[in-house]
Design a protein around this ligand. Structure first.
Ligand code: DOR
Length: 441
């Protein structure tokens, strides 16, 4: 028996196509069998899951963990601890750190920093620039690289590919799917320049308006079609883009992501209640966008959900708009919020597996992650559906210590996170030492 053997007994296991009572046997850190009433050698550690839900390890394909250079907001230890606490067993981290992750040496530096400090598995994006555009095709094949990320519009940090010729060079360099922040830089420049003095965060979604998002996504789809390069539209924020994605229907060429922020917050309410804490790019918009995004998540127009975990301190957020930085922490609350969506009737439990595992694998193929397949990584998350009541601030693990979702009525909570057959987080506390590995592409 190894320390990575485990029998998860008596739970309701969530598959991509439904929920069934089954035991999960993990041997040497890999899924061995998932079936009712499994036997295991008597010395195998056993986790009782009666009355609980058992999810496969979930993947958050968009987080900003701020290391190197901005560690007062978050670092790879604290960020990955948020993952473990929230049932996320693999994350893909974004390149807008300081320095930006734009070369193989800077990617290697992040991987070295994650070794022995990341609680869960990981990969890192390379940021596209006009300088590195032609080399990205070679570099995206490096171990530990999640792919290439493009900022079409300025957001937090200095990464930017504002024009079509450079974007086309990026798309022609390489084969893996490219992750895109689609806001149109010229439109953003124009909007910020014409902003009336004293404009507050309540108008953030008017400043970075629908047109800014829609123009960029249109440009992107045209270039994806022209170059035959697969793209992933990150954090879709408008009903208009959803309509466009449905109309253009480019099949596997285009996948799309929604964030919990755009699915659970809406204007003007979020700005009235949370002020600049609700400020992110692209912005949270009015209810009709939220409702359309919910439908798109349910009907598969949206391929996967990423948290866009983007922590900033309360002091930074207290600066007057538009100096206040954009971004909301969220990797720890992604699963609890989706459990609320199931309670509220707009998702089913098995949709969570599609949105946080198989949809991610469609977007970014990974080895050994197909849910509950023999030989897949032995990662799992136990959710206690009996944990209701308000989400408590003291459970949060992000260095910044806040979330707009503190106080929401829960419909379950991840109580135990298992990585490779070993418990890494249990009842609000980490277990053992960080031993996350590079995800295998
Ligand atoms: O709101 C955002 N925050 N959007 C981004 O694109 C970046 C992120 C951050 O890194 O803070």
């Amino acid at each position: 028996m190894s320390a990575n053997d485990l029998l998860i007994h008596g739970g309701r296991v969530v598959f991509e196509d439904g929920v069934r009572e089954a035991d999960v046997r993990i041997t040497a850190g890999r899924i061995a069998e998932v079936a009712p009433a499994l036997a295991a050698p008597p010395e195998t550690p056993r986790l009782e899951a009666r009355g609980k839900l058992v999810f496969p390890g979930l993947i958050d394909s968009q987080v900003h963990f701020r290391e190197p250079g901005l560690e007062w907001k978050e670092d790879l230890f604290t960020g990955s601890l948020c993952c473990a606490a929230g049932g996320i067993t693999a994350f893909f981290e974004m390149p807008n750190t300081k320095p930006n992750t734009t070369t193989p040496a800077l990617l290697a530096d992040k991987l070295a920093r994650a070794k022995g400090r990341a609680w869960v598995d990981h990969a890192f994006f390379l940021g596209a620039t006009s300088e590195n555009a032609d080399q990205l095709g070679e570099w995206e094949q490096l171990p530990g690289c999640a792919g290439v990320k493009v900022f079409m519009g300025s957001s937090t940090g200095s990464l930017l590919v504002p024009d079509d010729p450079t974007l086309e060079r990026v798309l022609r360099s390489g084969t893996r799917r490219v992750a895109i922040h689609a806001e149109d830089e010229p439109r953003l420049q124009e909007r910020y320049a014409s902003m009336a003095p004293g404009t507050g965060v309540r108008l953030h979604h008017e400043v970075r308006d629908i047109e800014a998002a829609l123009r960029a996504t249109k440009r992107l789809l045209t270039l994806a079609e022209k170059t035959h390069r697969k793209v992933h539209v990150l954090h879709v924020s408008t009903a208009e883009e959803i309509e466009l994605l449905r109309e253009r229907d480019l099949g596997e060429l285009v996948t799309a992501e929604a964030t919990p922020n755009h699915l659970f917050l809406c204007a003007p309410d979020c700005y009235e209640r949370y002020g600049r804490l609700a400020q992110m790019n692209p912005p949270v918009r009015e209810r009709r966008h939220m409702e359309t995004l919910r439908e798109a998540v349910a009907d598969g127009t949206i391929t996967c959900i990423g948290s866009d975990h983007a922590p900033h301190t309360l002091a930074e957020k207290a600066q007057p708009y538009p100096k206040s930085p954009s971004g909301i922490p969220g990797t720890q609350t992604i699963l609890p919020l989706l459990l609320c969506a199931v309670r509220d009737g707009w998702l089913q439990l098995h949709d969570i597996v599609r949105l946080l595992v198989t949809g991610v694998l469609r977007t970014y193929p990974l080895r050994d992650r197909a849910p509950w397949q023999k030989g897949s990584v032995g990662d799992a998350v136990i959710v206690d559906p009996a944990v209701t009541g308000p989400l408590r601030q003291e459970w949060l693990r992000s260095r910044v210590g806040w979330s707009p979702f503190v106080g929401i009525e829960l419909a379950g909570w991840p109580t135990t996170t298992i990585r490779r057959g070993a418990v890494v987080y249990h009842e609000h506390a980490p277990v053992g030492t960080p031993s996350g590995e590079i995800v295998r592409t």
